[in-house]
Design a protein around this ligand. Sequence first.
Ligand code: ZN
Ligand code: ZN
Length: 350
Amino acid sequence: MSATEGSAAPRQAVLVEPRHFELRAAPQAHPGPGEILLQVRCALSCGTDLKFYRRGHPLFSFPMPFGHEFSGVAAEVGAGVDTFKPGDELMAAPTAPCGRCFFCEREQENLCVQVIDTMVMGAYADFLLLPAHVVARNAFKKPADLPFEEAALLEPLACVVHAQAIAQPRKSETCMIVGAGAFGLLHLLLLKAAGVKRVAVAGRGEARLRWAAQMGADWVIDARREDVAGKAAALNGGYGPDLVIEATGQVSGWETALASARRGGRVMFFGGCAAGTSIQLDTRRMHYDSLTLLAPFHYRPLDVRRARDLLADRKLGAGRIINQRRRLSELPQVFDMLEGGDVLKCAIIP
Ligand SMILES: [Zn+2]
Ligand SMILES: [Zn+2]
């Protein structure tokens, strides 16, 4: 952390190399046409941030601004912005598609050629500039009764909404989630809100399994002590789960998920693994057990709108995913805590 803490200059956390943050004084930005300068009220930690923190990212170079889940207040709006005004409380996703490319034309905006390159990073800061394409498509007024920290769940929830739109869980199905982190538990909350009666969660650590049970899991499986695929095979009258959602982003999680689905079932690989990794596929099981494999990535604007509606509605209780709160100046400790594993999401308040 630099010596700018406590001074009047706006602060911006940058990752200068793996595992090393600096809180720097940032020049006061002003929004250009279509843009909004957001005064950040809350940013959330994310598993993706932890990956960047450990090893950087091929698309971003050091020093990199950091943090992509946020909510705040419009401090200044640029020319041509007529849907928002200064003082509005906002929630937004950090990306938006171009609407014109090959993928956008095929309603696969999650794969838009610009969607990741133009991602907003830098929410661990006092101010954040929202680019015009995000303001135009994926920014919304925050309902007054929705806390800023819950509003900041828009992006992770949009990923989960997109994935479940692809997997199409039915109420009568037995589902299993592999991974009891923030994403696994958001999947659980969404399945339960959709009326899915039987959901098992496999995860590591007593605290996480306890939270899963509190959030509605019908069974919890301790992945450290129990044979997850063996336990899964006993579910659903001995056939195994109809739908398995992988939410660890680890090769072992992918393998477990693949091994756990019933004959004729669906496996959804939700968590992205490190580049260069692969899993074995038993072609006989794939074919004769007639498995359906799904691998959704990111989200489309319609998923963001659905996530916004779910958060505004408050019935999901998604705020339960946020179980720590820290100041921006405490960011290094936040990442130490995330590595410890007992934090689902930490709200970082400037
Ligand atoms: Zn995220
Ligand atoms: Zn596009």
